[in-house]
Ligand binder design. Sequence first.
Ligand code: GLC
Length: 718
Amino acid sequence: MSTARVNALMAQMTTEEKIGQLIQLSADFFQNGQAEITGPMQDKNLTLDIVYSAGSVLGISGAEQVKNIQKDFIEHNRLHIPLLFMADVVHGYQTIYPIPLGLGATFNPELVRQTSEVAARESAAGGVHVTFAPMVDLVRDPRWGRVMESTGEDPYLNSVLAKASVDGYQGDLPLDKEHIAACVKHFAAYGAPEAGREYNTVDLSEWRFREQYLPAYAAAIEAQAMLVMTSFNTLFGVPATVNQHLMRDILRDELNFDGVLISDWDAISEVISHGVAADLAKAADLALTAGVDIDMMSFAYAKYLEKASKIDEKTLNLINEAATRVLELKEKLGLFEDPYRGLDVNAEAKEVYSSTNLAVAQRAAEESIVLLKNEADILPLQKSMKLALVGPVVATNDLLGSWSWQGERREKETLAQVFDKNFENIQVEAGCNYHSSDSISEQQAVAAAEKQDVIVAFIGLPSSDSGEATSKTDINVPKEQLALLEKLVTLNKPIISVVVTGRPLDLRRVSELSDAVVVAWFPGSKGAVAIENILDGTVSPSGKLPMTFPRNIGQVPIYYNSYRTGRPITNTPEDDINKYQSKYLDCDNSPLYSFGFGLSYAKLGIKSVDIINDNVNDEQPLVLEVTVINESDFSAKNTLQCYTHQLTGETVRPVKELKQFKKLTFAANSEQKVQITIAKDLLSNVHTDLNCYVDSGKYEVMVGFDSDNVITKSFKVE
Ligand code: GLC
């Protein structure tokens, strides 16, 4: 329902001005504090008048710059309608916290909420009104470079963290000046491109889309995300950006989303490439009919300006609908009262890298780190140990990852500095680059390692190997880095491999060559400190894999919540004699490391799982009491995970589905009882009529510290 002010404004606006509100321009059009038609933009047939009637801009931040541009813009806009400033603040504005795949590994919604709140405070002070986050695309294919932007392969974990992130960015509504609007993306199912190839076809049954991919978007919208961004891909045979069933029936009607729908960059014009629109005018009509309110940099909606006086009534109504939503967003942001809202040069300087914000980033980095192997408890390291720090990351300190907005590329604290501060004797020799090496560098690394007790190898990929347009067919650790490990292993000294990556990698050989393996993702501004704190035992690792790590690329897509098939393996000797099962000739079905897996320094075990209530109905949830023992001197956080399996259903049911998790601190040498409840509605599933509801019948619940090693109990739903 639009407000009186918006209605009054719309009544004053010309058709051209309404169309202007639907146009989003890039920073190229606003240089030196004012609108400019620079070289690359000259072929867009835009006049300065059009630029000054645009509704929003993306890619600009910084209090001083935004203030100057906004001031100039309002002076030149006939009705003084302020500009919306949007930006890709995906995992931090300038204080950078772990990439979202690392945040997924924290299994800590409250911490994720805090990271988004840090980003909101810095962004709002820096003049940003809307962030293009959270990205909640469910992902199951490490060939796709944007898995780094997702919290992983599970619908429930992604839903919980999507809500947490929206809550962090937006705070309690109405929005205050320290928070910003969240734009959940990319609607929908961009994370399922065939063969993991960027921008490739997505073709899911609507049943699977609703069962696995839709829940996280729905959770973000239920959390009141104020914008949604369309995705580049097709879905159900139609490009998402012009897909009426997806955008009108599902997003607007079923999910009751009445916020602003913005296209991804140039996505409207790409409908021509998809072969669904003959030209830009047709693409514009299709997108407007589907309910896309803002055209990001395709200039399709600018085509309406050429015929503004001759637009038919239906199109005019759609333009009015879209322009009203854009103006309502500006009103919700308080821009009509104060076009500069939270923007403040001093506040920005105070917020960015504040000790509070860095502390949140550090905690998130520490809790994102996953310990995959720890042979003979070689970790944590003793401070008296003499260390050799090797590997390409130790030279680059590239710890921020892709999409790290204004984050400074070279962190203030490098790995060498942090380890030097904490250990008596370290030698630093990279030994190779990410994708290249030379014998001299290798020899220097080997020589350095020869003098030390323990080798810490910082290996993996550069930021540029993940993020948009970085699909890879090979998920091995680069051969130059494996070659270095092969040489180092001849020294017969313990090797700790710290893998810095934006995607799951094939870690078979790394695991064979290393006594311990740690995945640090891209941990952000406090990444070096976080890694050191984990390796020296200041903090026990608590991260859990949010995405399966395959044995090799041939298994992909591989994910834990798979379906049984008609010929499942039985994990009994029968598997060795029965060839007619769902398996490979040359590889085990199991991954190298499973979803939810991550070791701790504490010796934690589940002593018992007692069912308090095993007869679930609308009033009575499933209630469990789990007794956990910690038989070590380490006090440590860890995540108890609860999976359920519906024994029979109208459609096939995953072998297990995460339905609850609790991240708790388990005190040293303790026994702790943990109560866990799973409400009936969490057991709902999508039926052949595409309706989602809970089936009565027999279920199993599996409890563990990962998705494999679980204790199973039965229960039923009335
Ligand atoms: C990019 C990305 C999207 C981003 C937008 C603006 O192409 O797909 O995630 O928010 O353009 O930079």
